[in-house]
Design a protein around this ligand. Structure first.
Ligand code: PLP
Length: 223
């Protein structure tokens, strides 16, 4: 078996164990974050029928995935990286989900792009859960009004919240805050948990784990 498949199976088994043991209601989807890895490393997962894949750069995603969707019709592509509003149209063309919706200008551009491209996609609002200066994301205090702007003014299909907990701190309480915030807004999905904290995110109610190195091995480039 290909090593990436073996790692994916290992993770799935672990998730199943936790879900059974803790009697969680639902198991999260796994988004295989394939940034920096060439298609040949991804093919084994595609051939196995894995559905969700994620990238963090528009151009890389476009080059890599162009044509793949014709062969693997079920796949869903997720944009998890910072998105500049001048690339909104491209993003709508390439992706099925965007996890990094984090400002009004971008939201407006995405709505315009959906109209131009005649395609609706799904969004996660990225939340700056610990109020970190250097990080993008909507502050908790602005979340309700931003959500309302996106849904009422723009009719964007917001399906959930996304976060990165602060580096080097216990993520548990941040995951909890996101879960509570999502439930207040009646949002079904939570995009949280990466290779180093996905088990904690699972307990915290994640519905989409974003896993890169745990599946594909370590990345050479620091992104
Ligand atoms: C790279 C990346 C991931 C995956 O990171 P790993 O630690 O390799 O699992 C998840 N989410 C985002 C937004 C990323 O950029």
């Amino acid at each position: 078996m290909h090593e990436n498949l073996a790692r994916l199976d290992f993770i799935k088994n672990k998730i199943k164990e936790i879900v059974d043991k803790k009697q969680l209601k639902t198991a999260p989807e796994i988004i295989a974050i394939s940034k920096t890895f060439p298609l040949e490393k991804i093919i084994p997962l595609l051939d196995r029928g894995h559905i969700h894949f994620g990238e963090n750069k528009i151009q890389e995603a476009e080059l890599k995935w162009n044509g793949v969707a014709n062969k693997y019709k079920e796949i869903k592509l997720h944009m998890v990286g910072k998105l500049q509003s001048n690339k909104a149209k491209k993003a709508v063309e390439v992706f099925d989900y965007i996890h990094s919706l984090d400002n009004e200008k971008l939201a407006v551009k995405l709505q315009e792009s959906e109209k131009k491209v005649n395609k609706k996609i799904k969004y996660f609002i990225q939340v700056n859960v610990a109020n970190e200066k250097q990080k993008s994301g909507i502050l908790l205090s602005d979340l309700e009004s931003f959500y309302s702007f996106c849904t009422k003014n723009l009719s964007l299909d917001i399906v959930g919240l996304m976060c990165f907990p602060p580096f080097n701190s216990n993520p548990e309480k941040y995951f909890e805050i996101i879960k509570i915030s999502a439930s207040k807004l009646n949002l079904k999905h939570i995009s949280m948990g990466m290779s180093n904290d996905y088990e904690i995110a699972l307990f915290g109610g994640s519905t989409f784990l974003r896993l890169g190195s745990a599946i594909f091995g370590s990345r050479k480039l620091p992104n």
